[in-house]
Every structure is written in C-alpha cells, then in structure tokens.
Design a binder for this molecule. Structure first.
Ligand code: CTP
Length: 138
C-alpha cells in the first residue's frame, strides 16, 4: 500500500487540546491516521467508571477532525496487535506516559512515544468541575 499508516489509541473523553495536538503530531508522522477509540465498556472494566461522553459521540468528534482519516472502537486492550495488523499500520503512536510499555510491538511496526501537552488532562478537567461544584460524583 502506498503511503505510511499511523495508528493510535485513546478514550478522548471531554475532548481537549492535548488530545488534538497528539493526533495532529501522530498524523504528521505518516500519510494516514487511524484512531482506536476505547469503548465505554472497556473504560468501565479498566477504570471502573464510564466516560462522561458516550462512545458514539467520542468517535464522531474524532472522525470529524481533519487530521484523522479513520476511527474504530477499541473493544479490548489485548487486541492492539490485531488492530495494527488489520489496519496495516506502519507506526504505533502513544503518549510518553506509556513509554516502553508497547515496545513488544516493534516486531509488527515502528513504535513512537510522543510528549504529552503539559497541564491538561481529562482527569484534571473532571476534578476541576467537581471542585467548582459544577458536577458531583455519583
Ligand atoms: N494526551 C496528550 N496530552 C495530554 C493529554 C492526553 O498528548 N495533556 C494524549 C495521550 O497521551 C493519549 C491521547 O492523548 O495518547 C488520548 O488520551 P486519553 O487517555 O484519552 O486522555 P487523558 O486526557 O490523558 O485522560 P485521563 O486524564 O483520563 O488519563
């Protein structure tokens, strides 16, 4: 296939500029960017709570971005290798908070860890809203 495919994964809940910059930098590493958006069920099993924004809305936002060519639901953390093969990805991109954790995929594709944007995260936005009393945890 002509051109280089980059793949990355995330939840992208309460979409923010850190997400946008990561996706733009991932896209710049190749010719096509494919994004795995984790399902609500995967988040429940992994973090014990559901994202604020449902998966159908989160994937719609990701698909609408100019830097994203394709998006799909990531159903299980164990399937990353299968997704890499399915989309014929040349490069797997992860945030540097995952540094070293995906090196075993180097026999399938290149693995790049990109720096995160400082000072913003979904967790931080959620905690700020709770602190200000905009939302309560249930
Ligand atoms: N990301 C980033 N800079 C940030 C926040 C996220 O580059 N400030 C990247 C992550 O490294 C990941 C992608 O965006 O590659 C999706 O991140 P996700 O885990 O969905 O969002 P976070 O904001 O990190 O959410 P949380 O606070 O729940 O971990």
């Amino acid at each position: 296939m002509a051109g280089k495919t980059v793949i990355t994964f995330g939840t992208y809940d309460l979409f923010h500029v850190g997400h946008l910059r990561l996706l733009q930098r991932a896209r710049a590493l190749g010719d096509r960017l494919v994004v795995g958006v984790s399902t609500d069920a995967l988040n429940v099993s992994k973090k014990n709570f559901s994202p604020s924004i449902p998966q159908t809305d989160r994937i719609e936002i990701i698909r609408s971005l100019r830097c994203v060519d394709e998006a799909f639901f990531e159903e299980s953390l164990e399937l990353k290798g299968d997704y890499i093969r399915q989309f014929k990805a040349d490069t797997l991109v992860m945030g540097h908070d995952w540094e070293g954790r995906f090196d075993h995929f180097r026999d399938l594709c290149e693995v790049a860890y990109l720096p995160r944007t400082e000072g913003i995260s979904t967790t931080q936005i959620r905690e700020d809203m709770i602190r200000r009393g905009f939302i309560t945890y249930s």
